[in-house]
Design a protein around this ligand. Structure first.
Ligand code: PLP
Length: 396
């Protein structure tokens, strides 16, 4: 008999994954080209050329024992130094390998940091809409999720509301910019306000509040949008990063945590992340991928295809009368559901072979998410289906 807790989790298991499975089922019935699967953030852009070449070179050039062996739980020193060097070059910081813990993607990093920080009942504040898995990650360690309601149309969280939700039990706040699912990039003015709010709460309660910046989309930004470097604004920032999206390697499971010396209890926090990596069963991040990061630390995918998809979708949907948040980054479009019930809207969209994810999965009813990290053909082909959907919804 499985645990009661897992029984519940299976029942509420991710709507995104369900849609993804549904996409595969529909593709078998109608043909792949007639199904427009916008459900999963699975990048369609190829990794940069240097990625595949580096993997071959690493295999040829590295001794088997070094490449395939166990290592420090935080990762290879040389890889961590390369990541620290990347920040130092980009932001003029003085990080070293001690500040970096290599992780099994952003998901692994978040679990390591939450395992390290949370006592039973500690609160973690998240801003709606948010990546739904945060709920499970926080729950994994007995934490309590505290949701700041969505603040449309800008989707910049309301700081007065946030301040009221910070308590003596608040251990961390998670921010995700560029945001999944809205594509919003938090500007400096908002972030300055947020960190002042956190500073006041830290003083009021006499506790450290860690700001966990979940940044898998940091390199995917459009136009003049700028992703701020949060450790320069707030001492207790922990950055979580992943190469899943920026190098199109989600299946390879590689990322890192950057923990600046300025974080409260820095030494203990690093030691704890090291142990958490081991005892959560990761032991260490995948060794070949760490070696890859070391060689490709400054590389990113070409994001032009995402930008093109975004433009086709936003222009097309606007003409059809849909309302949405204009994305500044990531590869998601958050569209207002023309009817109140976003789940019902997704069900209707599916009748037109359009697979969308309800906003409720991200803690924000009344919206749906379109993941446009798909081929251009899928986006272009979907427009006639969106037109039919718009007619059914009486938008045109
Ligand atoms: N955080 C956010 C906001 C995400 O969108 C995702 C994946 O889609 C993750 C974390 C997990 O990323 P990874 O595949 O690197 O574990």
């Amino acid at each position: 008999m499985i645990s009661q807790k897992m029984k519940k989790m299976i029942a509420t298991s991710s709507a995104i994954r369900e849609m993804f499975e549904e996409g595969k089922r529909l593709a078998e019935i109608y043909g792949k080209e007639n199904v427009f699967d916008f459900s999963l953030g699975n990048p369609s852009v190829k990794p940069p050329q240097s990625v595949n070449q580096s993997i071959k070179d690493i295999v040829d050039e590295t001794s088997e024992i070094e490449l395939h062996g166990y290592m420090n739980n935080s990762g290879f020193s040389s890889t961590r130094a390369a990541v620290a060097g990347y920040f130092n070059k980009r932001y003029g910081t003085t990080y070293g390998e001690k500040n970096v813990v290599m992780t099994v993607g952003a998901a692994g990093g978040l679990n390591v940091v939450l395992k390290s920080l949370l006592n039973e009942g500690d609160e973690v504040v998240v801003f709606c809409p948010y990546f739904g898995e945060y709920r499970n990650y926080i729950d994994n360690y007995g934490g309590k999720i505290v949701e700041v309601p969505a603040n449309p149309p800008t989707f910049l969280p309301d700081l007065d509301v946030t301040e009221k939700l910070l308590t003596s039990k608040t251990k961390a706040v998670i921010v995700n910019s560029p945001n999944n699912p809205t594509g919003v990039v938090y500007d400096k003015e908002f972030l300055t306000g947020l960190v002042s709010t956190l500073d006041r709460a830290q003083k009021k309660w006499g506790n450290a509040i860690y700001l966990i910046s979940d940044e898998p989309y940091r390199e995917i930004v459009y136009g003049d949008a700028k992703v701020e470097f949060l450790p320069s604004l707030y001492d207790n920032t922990i950055v979580g990063y992943s190469y899943s999206k920026s190098l199109s390697l989600p299946g390879e499971r590689i990322g890192y945590l950057l923990i600046p010396d300025t974080c409260t209890d820095f030494e203990e926090l690093i030691a704890s992340c090291n142990v958490a990596t081991r005892i959560l069963g990761f032991v260490n991040a995948p060794s070949l991928q760490q070696k890859l990061v070391e060689r490709c630390v400054e590389e990113t995918c070409d994001i032009t295809p995402y930008s093109d998809n975004k433009n086709i979708l936003t222009e097309g949907l606007k003409k059809l009368g849909f309302e949405y948040v204009n994305p500044q980054g990531a590869f998601y479009l958050f569209v207002k559901s023309p009817i109140e019930d976003d789940k019902e809207f997704c069900r209707i969209a599916k009748e037109y072979n359009l697979l969308l994810v309800p906003g409720s999965s991200f803690g924000c009813k009344g919206y749906v998410r379109i993941a446009y990290c798909v081929s251009k053909d899928t986006v272009v082909g979907s427009m006639t289906q969106f037109e039919k959907l718009a007619k059914r919804m009486n938008l045109i």
